[in-house]
Design a protein around this ligand. Sequence first.
Ligand code: PEP
Ligand code: MG
Length: 584
Amino acid sequence: MPTLQMEIKKGVGVSPGVVIGTAVVLDAEDIVIPRRQAAPGTEAAEIARLGQAIDAAMAELSVLRERMSKVQAGQIAGIFDTHVSILKDKSVLKEITQEINTNHASAEYAVSVVMRRYAQMFLGMSDRYLSERVGDIYDIERRLLHNLVGQKREDLAHLTRDVIVIAHDMLPSQTAALDKHHVKGFATDVGGRTSHTAIVARAMGIPAVVGLGNITAEVSGGDTVVIDGNRGVVIVNPDEEQLAEHRELGRKQIRLEDELKGLAHLPGVTQDRHQVSLWANIEFPIDIDAALTRGAEGIGLYRTEFLYLAADHEPTEQDHYDSYQDAIQRLAGKPIVIRTLDLGADKYTQEKAATPERNPFLGDRSIRMCLHDIPMFKKQLRALMRASVLGDVRIMFPMISTLMELRQAKMILNDVMEELEDEDVPFRRDIPVGIMIEVPAAALMAADFAKEVNFFSIGTNDLVQYTLAVDRTNERVAGLFCPAHPSVLRLIRDVIRAAVRTNIGVSVCGEMAGDPLYTLLLLGLGLTNFSMNGPDIPEVKKIIRSTTLEHARAVARKVMSFDSERQVMHFLREETRKILPEVF
Ligand code: PEP
Ligand code: MG
């Protein structure tokens, strides 16, 4: 098998942009291979390093074997025997040295290429026992790399060169910690479009493709990789033709972005003078500056749970307050909707939980978790109310599914207000209170909820997941995750209607709001407030400024007459292409 065989892989494009770069493959311990090629003439030295690493690995394995055989005779110690026999295998060694001699690979890169080749071979085997050996191969690779890379391991938050990160999965908090200047793109084996990892990538403007199956087995550190986040394609070791094509696509994308930048400070208004507010979603206060540069007129969703995800201790009331104060100051009077903790499911590592849940998306997440842990909830509410006098602050409860939940949450908020009053701490008593509509139960009862809140924000990511019974993070069902499904569209239409009739505010803050495919439809359904990732604002604004409300209404009428998501998407693509031909 030639080393640099081109591979084109299709996954789920979750963050747009086309980039070409050098891969770093993260294993469970985030080992980054520092270099792919060794200088000519250093082959013997590389082979000697390889020999030392193999010796060291064998020594480690014999210690481990010794230790295990004392506690657990037989089977477990036998695993280490398997590892030793792979390390001693002449054909494995021959393949690795061949990489070094013929392709001038560094010892690390040669190990990685050969081990991943074996992993691929095992993965393809139908015999379950053999296909499960792939874990052993990764284990050996990791052990050898540890010995070769030693202390030279790189920290992804402090890179010194541009890279493309290839990983099995990334936690949302890991993604948020990436060094934006050097991580040019990323690709993962698992994940779906509205997983929080994807959302964070989009907010950071890092092109990304997820749900690729086994990309970590197919890429070695140092390989050249193309990430096409628009089409959900990853090309490993592209040939000249692919390189040229994607360089051109990358240039086009930059031209489009430059053109859209000009729109940042123009109002979101249709040609028939209908005003639309375009707000941004953020995970951290620091994201506000970039959102404002892109033209955000407010923050429609502040995902405060990221304060928990990024910290190694439980945030204190003052930690909350400091973050809110920081956000409010950056906004200089513009509105901010602070959503209370939405921990759980993919935003709370199940590993941290005392008893991991079997179905975390249907479990103790979000407002449910807060109502089960009132001291934690109150801590946040106190900070939020103290910050309410610093600017235009609104409060929003996530994942409400029953009226009782809403009433309970409001009661706790009232308790907090009374406590603050007793302490003579100033706060805004008439702070607007809203809820996310992201569970079908709440959407169906929107008219009832509308009587008890000041605004709704439709969270389409969860609404789609719960309406269609499709896990938003599962790549195997990513094709079924579709906001264009008529059932979802009818729920959205009815929620907007209920809000308009009761004269309360309504916005959409799920990913659908930032997808230009749905702009005409949402506008036509009567939506006047869209909240999205900052980078999506210019495209959505371009559509709004290029159309009329009347036309959008006609589009919505037609869409609502369809009974399949395919028809909906086809029609919306045709209509949107007329306005944004560069994207569709
Ligand atoms: C949603 O569910 O649509 C939403 C905006 O909230 P989150 O993505 O944080 O779950
Ligand atoms: Mg949600």
